[in-house]
Write a protein that binds this ligand. Structure first.
Ligand code: C5P
Length: 206
């Protein structure tokens, strides 16, 4: 069984994908991490994320980079969003994600284009959303909890800019796949969101 979990930043899709993988004993791939690694590698190369050739060169990042905590930072998230616009970058990362999705026994992948591009044949597709204000607040709580001083308004502006870029790019824009189950987590806590996602998966096989 392939489960595709797509949605915007801080919607809860990562938490949901991880929990679904544990519940159904499936391997999980956070595809955003791949784009974050490319963004970080451009930064390390002193390159420009808006330049397609420089972004493509960064797709050759060392595997160890995926373990680096700095990938989780807002700054690297911004770089990831900028490199992910280039079709060359998306193509370079395609095979790796596709192979993960097609492995024997199935998998859970979360990202922006799993249900539309990477695994359109997925038996279950979830599109996880939440209001911008809620997502900004979640990200703010997470960051201040880690001791990072940030303004809520700055995070909200950042998330809105990232949404705009992800939803309006020409190649693989963030959009709910046909047949995807919409899961709005605005008023749900993590446990409720996970329970709703498990229920949505089971409902596909009723
Ligand atoms: O999910 P996460 O916030 O880690 O993703 C970082 C960025 O990578 C996103 O803003 C998006 O631009 C890009 N991305 C993408 N396609 C994916 C996963 C992430 O374009 N499948």
């Amino acid at each position: 069984m392939i489960i595709a979990v797509d949605g915007p930043t801080a919607s809860g899709k990562g938490t949901i994908a991880k929990a679904l993988a544990a519940h159904f004993a499936l391997p999980h791939l956070d595809t955003g991490l791949l784009y974050r690694a490319v963004g970080r590698q451009v930064q390390l190369n002193g390159g420009n994320p808006d330049d397609p050739a420089e972004a493509l060169a960064a797709c050759d990042f060392p595997e160890g980079l995926l373990e680096d905590d700095i990938l989780r930072s807002e700054e690297v998230g911004g770089y990831a969003s900028r490199v992910s616009v280039h079709p060359q970058v998306r193509r370079a990362l395609y095979e790796r994600q596709r192979a993960f999705a097609r492995q024997e026994g199935g998998a859970v992948l979360d990202g922006r284009d799993i249900g539309t591009v990477i695994a359109p044949e997925a038996q279950v597709k979830l599109f996880v959303t939440a209001s911008v204000a809620t997502r900004a607040r979640r990200r703010w709580l997470e960051m201040t909890g880690r001791g990072i001083a940030v303004e809520l308004a700055a995070i909200e502006a950042d998330i809105a800019a990232r949404d705009e870029r992800d939803m309006n790019r020409a190649d693989a824009p963030l959009i709910a796949a046909p047949g995807a189950v919409l899961l709005d987590t605005t008023t749900l806590g993590p446990d409720e969101a996970i329970a709703a996602a498990i229920e949505a998966v089971l409902a596909r096989f009723d």
